[in-house]
Design a protein around this ligand. Structure first.
Ligand code: MTE
Ligand code: MO
Length: 303
């Protein structure tokens, strides 16, 4: 496998790189100040919603990231232990240029954009999140997808000494997710490296995570270390755990309820105990962009 030698310093504007090193070097101070972050350079995107984003506080203190515990406050408490530099991603399977890529090489030349997306968890809560990221298609095109590839499989890091949740067999680690190739290539699908203009906080999936805004949140896998192009539908964590409740597609759909609760409405996090309920939108409001991907499919069967 090809080992790339580029580092952050080769592809990051000097002042940003220096910032990042300075923040990391002053780790004691950074701990007090919250997650180690550096400003990212990006442009706004026409795919953004005009809804008011949730606060940085909401987005970084109410999380699902079972590698750091099952409670919503566990990731903010425990994710500081994760080492995110150095970080590399294995890209393998049906690609022309497989290899172990340093994250700097993965993000190299990919145009960073701010995408303010609706984010809907399968547990019927939602947020509006200003991600910074780039289209997954940009990376897939760079590594060269071979004709036999029909799906993309993703895996999260396994490192139980830093990820306390992995010390228990609550899930069959690593956390795994997958997309059909056309879903992966859709321009709404991004790899996010930050939010609110700063590097990704660890509890949100540093240094790089998937965001698929028309699907339930569990599809948006965090802290990715492997991307594989494959011919068959790959096994996915929640589907493996409970297939009758969590399908491979997991498209947000107010007309198909979860066996144990309705998906017709959602609670917008941070908007108050009583005032925050609203109707859930088909494909989370991205129907115009993605409905054609599922033409002719029975969405009650392929949930
Ligand atoms: N590796 C990993 N990725 C994950 C999860 C997880 O437990 N582990 N939880 C998923 C779920 S259920 C949701 S709702 C979102 C939450 O993302 P956020 O904490 O950034 O809002 O992350 C998803 N990605
Ligand atoms: Mo979720």
């Amino acid at each position: 496998m090809k080992k790339t030698t580029l580092g952050w310093s080769d592809v990051t504007p000097k002042h940003l790189w220096l910032n990042r090193r300075a923040v990391l070097a002053g780790a004691g101070a950074a701990l007090l100040a919250g997650p180690a972050t550096a400003k990212l350079t990006y442009s706004p995107s026409s795919f953004s919603t005009t809804e008011e984003p949730n606060s940085f506080e909401d987005i970084t203190s109410y999380n699902n990231f079972y590698e750091f515990g099952t409670g919503k406050e566990d990731p903010a408490r425990n994710a500081g232990a994760l080492t995110t530099d150095p970080w590399s991603i294995v890209i393998d399977g049906l690609v022309d240029r497989p290899g172990t890529y340093d994250i700097a090489d993965v993000v190299k030349d990919q145009p960073l954009e701010e995408r303010i997306y609706r984010f809907r968890c399968v547990e019927a809560w939602s947020m509006i999140i200003p991600w910074i990221g780039f289209e997954l298609s940009g990376l897939l095109n760079r590594v060269g997808v071979q004709p036999g590839a029909k799906y993309v499989a993703f895996e999260t890091l396994v490192r139980p000494d830093e990820m306390v949740g992995q010390q228990s067999p609550i899930l069959d680690w690593p956390y795994r997710e997958g997309l059909r190739l056309d879903e992966a290539m859709n321009p709404l699908t991004i790899l996010a490296t930050g939010l609110y203009g700063e590097e990704m906080p660890k509890q949100n999936g540093a240094p790089i995570r998937l965001v698929v805004p028309w699907k339930y949140g569990f599809k948006s896998i965090k802290s990715i270390v492997r991307i594989s192009l494959v011919a068959e539908e790959p096994p996915t964590t929640w589907n493996m755990l409970q297939p009758s409740e969590y399908g491979f597609y997991a498209n947000v759909n107010p007309t198909v309820d979860h066996p144990r609760w309705s998906q017709a409405t959602e609670r917008r996090v941070g908007s108050g105990l009583f005032g925050g309920r609203q109707d859930t939108l088909m494909f989370n409001g991205y129907e115009a962009e993605v409905a054609s991907l599922y033409a002719g499919m029975d969405l009650a069967k392929f949930y």
